[in-house]
Every structure is written in structure tokens, then in C-alpha cells.
Design a protein around this ligand. Sequence first.
Ligand code: MEV
Length: 335
Amino acid sequence: MSDGAQQTTTLGYAPGKVILFGEHAVVDGQPAIAATLDRGIRVAVSRSGVNDGPILRSTNASLPPRCRPDPGGEGPERLRAALRVVVDLCGPHTRQLQFSVDGAIPPGAGLGSSAALAVALLRGVHQWQGEPIDDETLIERAFAVEKVFHGNPSGVDHTTIVRGGVLAYEKPRGAAIGTATSLILPRRLRLAIGVAGPHAGTATAVAALRERARNHPEHYARIFHGVGALARAARLHLEKGELGAVGELMDLNQGYLNALGVSTPGIEALCAIARERGALGAKLSGAGGGGAVIALVDDDPEPVRRAFAAAGYTAFTTTLDSGRVTATSAASEEP
Ligand code: MEV
């Protein structure tokens, strides 16, 4: 292994993600469909000059400006703990590194900022070490970092972010890792995305839902199965380019998410705006309790984006294309 001594700065990049179908139910072993965004997080890796790090600096509002993983360091405990895992995985020389993070994913919005940070950090460190990392190892390592951020993640976020494109993902209950299948779409998916404010965090939302489910396990299990059935059906419609049906299933999925208690008035308002403006369907993406709403449209997502922005929400558009994401129309807009 090279110690990276000759290297000055290396870069690691990872995109954000949306979940088209199946969040929360995927933690219970049901299938989900997710896709990468055309915006993400970039990590520049260089030597810090000290050996008690790594140090993390960020221009991204989702992250603290400076973080050391040793006790007494700055930054939230979860981020310090995540950096400790990176050191454990990548070796003690990682302690001499500094990470400068910037990105364009709204923080705490269910758009995969923590999984993207984990993947971008690991890619940057491996670049710095001059050691290529294959996707399987990266997925395994990013999962270890994601567990610090999210407690008991299904793995859909970081797997999608490593693989890229549009994926069907499933991790049966009790399985150590999930399986992901890349989908080839005959039609582009055009989305308007509105952010209903920051959420309380994925770990909190997942734990609170587990707690609620404990009181009525059979009813919640039925909902999780219902969501899984929607994801299976949606995959078939996606693969045939039947976007009207995909939109209807998104609306149904949102109904289940509301029943699960992870929707909010802001999310419901964004869904209503999208449907009024002719979206084929709309739902929250990610953990809920705030965060992003994704609205699928037949053609131009601009009118829905404008309506989101006019109602006071941060909004942008994106296009998912044949297993890849194109950067055609993305434009972050503050209201
Ligand atoms: C978060 O993006 C998706 C959840 O289903 C959690 C997970 O899958 O780990 C809410």
C-alpha cells in the first residue's frame, strides 16, 4: 500500500439519491426502487500536518466546519464516530488526513447526504492511498460508516450511491447484505423535487416507526407488504415505460407512508401542489418527517418546480435516464 506521501490532494465524489418506492418497508425486508441524482458530495483529501485527526472541514451546511474523531474534538458525535470507522477501515495513516467537503445535496432532506458523504470519503481516501477500491468492497465499507449515521440501515442508500443509476434493491430480513439490480428504463423519468424542511434524521424516524409498529405488528406488517407489492409492480411498469401507472403507484406509496406516520403537513402540501400541477404522482423520498418530495411528470418538470418555489419551498428538477442520470435540467432554486 502506498502511504500517499507523494500525493497532494485527491478527490472523492458520490451522488445523492432518491427513493422512488419502498422506503421504510425496505428495512423490513421488502423491495425498494432507488436512483442516483445528478448532484452530490465532493471530498478533497490531503495531509493535515498533524496526526490526531482526521480533520473534516465543510462548506456544506449539513456538516460542521471542523471535526476531529478523537474525544474532545469538534463536531457532532456521529460524525466523529463515522470518521473513526474510516480510520479503522483504511488504516492509522488516515489520522494524518484532512477532508474538505462540499456538495449540493440539501442536508437532512432524505436525498442521501450521509451515504454520499460515506462513499465520497472512502473513494477519496482510496485515491489518496493509490489503491483502487472495487464496488463490492466500497459497498461493504460504506455500510459500516452508514451504520454509524443511521443505526440499522437497509443499505439501499449507499448501495444505490455506489452503483449509480436506477436500481431495484432488496435485503431480506436476517440477510447480511442486500442485492441490487440495475434497471434499464425505456423512458426518461423527469422529476420535480421540493424540500419540505429538514427532517429529524433517518435513525430517529426508523426507530420511532419500529416503536409504533410494536403496538400493532400485524397491521404494520400488512402495510410493509403492501409497499413491497407496489415496488414490485412499479418495477414492471418502469421497465415498460408506463409512467402513468408508475405515478399512480407513487401516490399509493405516499398513502402508505402517511399511514406509517412519516409524512408531515409540509410533505402533504407539496404532494397536493404537484398533483394539482399535473404531476403523474408524488411522494416523499427517504425517511420522511420532513425532507424531499419527488413528483414524477410526463414531460416538463419546470411548472411543478416553479409551483413548489412559489409556495416557499426549495426546489429543483432532475432527469433519470436508462439507468443513468443526465444533468440536463437540474437547477437548484431557493424560493
Ligand atoms: C432512508 O433513505 C431509507 C429508509 O428506508 C431507511 C433505510 O432503508 O435504511 C427510511
